[in-house]
Design a protein. Sequence first.
Length: 360
Amino acid sequence: MSEEIKLLKGNEAIAHAAIRYGFDGYFGYPITPQSEIMETFMMLKPWETTGMVVLQAESEVAAINMVYGGAGSGKAVMTSSSSPGVSLKQEGISYLAGTELPALIVNVMRGGPGLGTIQPSQADYFQAVKGGGHGDYKLIALAPSSVQEMADFVGLGMDLAFKYRNPAIILADGIIGQMMEKVVLPPFRPRRTEEQIRRQCPWALQGKPKGRKPNILTSLELSPSVMEDNNLRFQAKYREIEKNEVRYETVGCDDADYIIVAFGSIARICLKTMQMARAEGIKVGLIRPITLWPFPSKVIAEYAHKAKGMISVELNAGQMVEDIRLAVNGAIDVKFYGRLGGIVPTPDEVLDVIKKELVK
């Protein structure tokens, strides 16, 4: 089937895209504000059409370990949750990274800490980009700012996960998960055959053919020297990802005196702020990181040497701003503005802050 245009919530787009991209399995557990992902899978019944497995696990811990098993057999598998649920998955995510298994995780963020609120937040930034579980590992982190990108990043995330044998995460928020927009869904891509998986994933656990040693997948290594070699290999892979996979969008930055850095839904709000500022003669530009890791440090550093001021706008108490400040390395003073508790700033509010903090 060809591309199809639908009016969907961001959460719904995730499920539609996963089926069309040929995923083998989804394992999840309901939590607001991402429950529509599983509900949409159940409504579409892909097990009747593509053979995709969809299962509500008994807990978040069970769900991520089902993903671990599916990924170990070379299957394209995913899970989704919201902030507290993703916290429960962290041990399994660390195991996926330590075993070098491809998988896709979706986090539609809500406010915290603790049970917090079902309102939107971006306070899981540190968890996603700094390694929320134990050990030295990285997740490829994609931050959609539209329903279209929610759909597109399902395929992109899984492709990158397999390319680097590393779990990827779509870090969205409750606004993007719940809002409705027109979205162009991709053509159907058939699920891979067992033979294709054997060729593409020679490391996978699919039975041992004659003449080949058994594959062993584990993150456990009791020899310190071997464990160090494993970690050095991981770090070399992460440097390769940083070299090849940085994604970002810049708007109006070439002549800008002041730069906003924002991701996800807040980037949309800040785009309007930029337009309002320019209508008043204030030259404001916007940098939107699309990959939160690898982070677009170089482009932010370049514009820091051209602009008079820079501000990070986030739905949290100040997280991405730390990476921005590391990127500019003191070349410019980086301000921060954030809202908490699920309160979303308006474009006028952000413009007032820019006038107060940056425009002299």
